[in-house]
Design a protein around this ligand. Sequence first.
Ligand code: AGP
Length: 616
Amino acid sequence: MCGITGYIGSRDAYPIVIKGLQRLEYRGYDSAGVLLYDGSNAQVYKTKGKVADLQAVVPDLQQKGTICIGHTRWATHGVPNDVNSHPHVSNSGDLAIVHNGIIENYDTIKAELTQRGYTFKSDTDTEVLVNLIEEVQKVNQCKLGKAVQLALNEVIGAYAIAVFDQKKPDELVVAKLGSPLAIGIGENNSEFFVASDASPFIEYTKNAVYLDDEELAIIKVGRDIRIRKIHDDSQVSPEVQALQLNLSQIEKEGFDHFMLKEIYEQPKAIKDTYRGRLLPNEGIIRMAGVEEYIERFKSADRIIIIACGTSWHAGLVAEYLFEEIARIPVEVEYASEFRYRNPIITEKDVVIAISQSGETADSLAAIKMAKAQGAYVFGVCNVVGSSIARESHSGAYTHAGPEIGVASTKAFTTQITLLTLIALKLGKEKGNLANSDFHAHLQNMELIPSKVEKILKQDAAIKEIASEFLETPSCLYLGRGYNFPVALEGALKLKEISYIHAEGYPAAEMKHGPIALIEDGYPVIVIAINKGHYEKVVSNIQEIKSRKGKIIAVVTEGDVTVKEMADHVIEIPEVEEALSPLLTTIPLQLLSYHVAVARGCNVDQPRNLAKSVTVE
Ligand code: AGP
């Protein structure tokens, strides 16, 4: 859960790396640091706090450097402080490293190195790793690349690292296992960028190589990248990708926060996600990743959906979609539970892994286990070249574009869009869906972006409603059927960015306990669209009303019944129940956003959270 970045070339390296770190702060922001080589000396600057705090400790640099590596940290070993910040330097002072990941056997290695006379300033696993590389280099009298390769064969864990050796200051060595690493390639190999994702270098080059797990690369100006397999040093030919990202996608584009920008991007993100796949005129859904394994899907005994957090909520929506439309049994699993439960997995299982970042450690480990037991794994990710995407047998990318805000918004709606297309495709393939119904769904899906636009126009009204909930200690979210997962997601949004406790429940569950919470003024957000068991939700609202609860209801345009009972209503356009989560979630995203902003919370980087949970 850290961000690493680096530069080697002829430009002034420090400003490039600092700006890169700012773009990576969503991955962790406990501390930050850089190593800068100015042609004769390597200097490390690092501090607890954010990149802005790092800039405050770096003096006016007299001599520009052409090699720089940087790190923004999310603490895993060792509390966030100056000493534990990266880069870490080896005992000789020659080697420096930045690292994203966890070395699980660092304590054994540390004991061994201590016996050999090494000393350690920090509590981190990373400082152990850089001294292991130093020891391997000394014992084998080898260059940095070979030393890194040999050393990494001794470690257990996850890493994306960049290593610099002052004895050979014209190269960088990077390596990857379990954490993301992208290499930006300048024209004619005149410069190189390394980073946890492409955002630090996209304004300089769109050509990138994503290392695969267990790969190492030696980077030197004027020469092609040399990629090796870590376990046997065999050569790997680089696969250069032309990235579609552009900088404006990354910047906030005038919104106060990335989260709000990303909420407003949803009409486009949903459209981009079904573009080229949803073909109503041809009456088909085209998805190569599904078609390639269509028999596995059609003959599946069940679909196991594996995810965490918001992605898990998208999986719950998919359970309703697949069971109703494709008539395939579905189990939705928290990845962290699934991977340690010793589950029964057979070759007749289809696993769908849902992950915005594609780097969530629990989800990645869970699908590796499922694959090892014969399951076919389909990945639904948002980040091209991410670990889960590459670990899956096949998959489909949500085309949401970078999601910088820690709270997932457009990831959720684009995941549901993709999962809906898959359910419709399978329902059609399995003959469970009449042609007319299939076509109706396709046309209804095409109307979703404009319906989302319409809801976004209520932003100011929703902000008004939010102002009434700034001091509430907790609240309840209720929904039924397809909107039960949306109630869970709405509650997660509120608690993770405004720090107000919130719980989501199936509306009917209220009588089994949560109703005890209802008292005068207690806020309850109810999704009460005119589909599914609407009348039962109305009676739930009556029960809340009779106990003087304060009701915010998400209703279908024109609803009068609930309007008379609720304290506030937010109207959404008419929509079929199966597609309703794509609309009902929008008001809840805006509500949580405005509550959090009014409470002065750091909406894009909430306390204790990181965007991508790449360690357990
Ligand atoms: C949701 O707002 C959070 N950011 C978090 O729950 C997130 O959904 C979860 O960590 C899973 O991340 P992933 O989709 O990248 O795997």
